[in-house]
Design a binder for this molecule. Structure first.
Ligand SMILES: Cc1ncc(COP(=O)(O)O)c(C=O)c1O
Length: 292
């Protein structure tokens, strides 16, 4: 049986449909090759969080794979229509643009025209306990791509590294996988950015480590600096991560989530730390919703 999320609304090819009815061609290159780009965010009181930034990153990803996006107003209108059809104040939102369908063949010239899909469904945040008690993460052997490969800053349909990393983490009973760069330094989570606190200073791996420039990452760095917390974007070794006083992960859907275990060892006291808790409150104020 197909497992389609209940209550989803999907914009595809100019129409908004129920999740079970929405479909795309098997000749679509997003299906055949992961040949497309996407963004994920959530809404707060009906409004997509950081939509302008997500559309900018979508445009940057599209440029990097030489995919011409539908015009910006069309994407924004499709998002508005889909959310309106869903009619929920708190929604998960996914915007996907593939290169389109066509003759099977690697040459992008086989594609007809880009396909825009918008998926909205009621927001389901991770279990509250993860916010209250913190999440466990594990380093997996898979590495983020080295320079010269498909750059990790491109949010393309090729997410197999993150899919396999997540599977490996879940097998080990952890919530999120930690991926390292080619030097073995921490890069990011499978679908999140990572931060470590040591002696009151916050450190997150630099973009040069090869990671998605998270929109929440940027917002969180600004919030921390605005509250006078020293922050740096600098390499983090696995040893440094293990010796951190506190850690947390960020993403647009999850916001700020404390991380309390790394590779089966507690981080700091093994409980969400004071700075992480304070940041959760500042972030909640910033987006206009109390922390989970
Ligand atoms: C690999 C990866 N890193 C980081 C993030 C967090 O990015 P953002 O804060 O823009 O949601 C994501 C989001 O899905 C991701 O897939």
């Amino acid at each position: 049986m197909r497992r389609v999320p209940a209550e989803a609304k999907v914009y595809v090819d100019g129409q908004v449909l129920d999740g079970e009815q929405a479909c795309v061609s098997v000749f679509d290159r997003g299906f055949l090759y992961g040949d497309g780009v996407y963004e994920v965010t959530r809404t707060v009181r009906g409004e997509p969080l950081f939509l302008a930034e997500h559309l900018d990153r979508l445009a940057a990803s599209a440029r990097a794979i030489e995919l011409e996006l539908p015009p910006h107003p069309r994407i924004a209108a499709a998002v508005g229509q889909t959310l309106q059809a869903l009619g929920q104040p708190r929604a998960y939102l996914r915007i996907v643009v593939t290169r389109g369908a066509g003759e099977i063949g690697l040459d992008p010239a086989c594609a007809d025209a880009p396909l825009l899909v918008v998926i909205a469904r009621p927001l389901q945040l991770p279990d509250q306990r993860l916010y209250r008690d913190g999440a466990a993460v594990v380093c997996v052997p898979l590495r983020r791509n080295a320079p010269g490969h498909l750059p990790p800053e491109v949010k393309s349909g090729n997410y197999l590294t993150s899919v396999l990393a997540t599977a490996a983490a879940r097998r080990r009973g952890a919530y999120e996988a930690v991926l390292c760069d080619q030097q073995g330094h921490i890069a990011e989570g499978a679908s999140s950015n990572l931060f470590f606190v040591q002696g009151g200073r916050v450190r997150t791996p630099p973009l040069a480590a090869g990671l998605l420039p998270g929109i929440t990452r940027r917002v969180v760095l600004e919030l921390l600096r605005g509250h006078g917390v020293p922050c740096e974007e600098a390499p983090v070794t696995r040893q440094e991560a293990a010796e951190a006083d506190e850690a947390f992960l960020t993403s647009s859907v999850r916001g700020v989530m404390p991380v309390v275990r790394l590779d089966d060892r507690p981080i700091g006291t093994g409980r969400p730390g004071p700075l992480t808790r304070a940041l959760g409150v500042w972030y909640g104020e910033h987006i206009g919703e109390a922390p989970p």
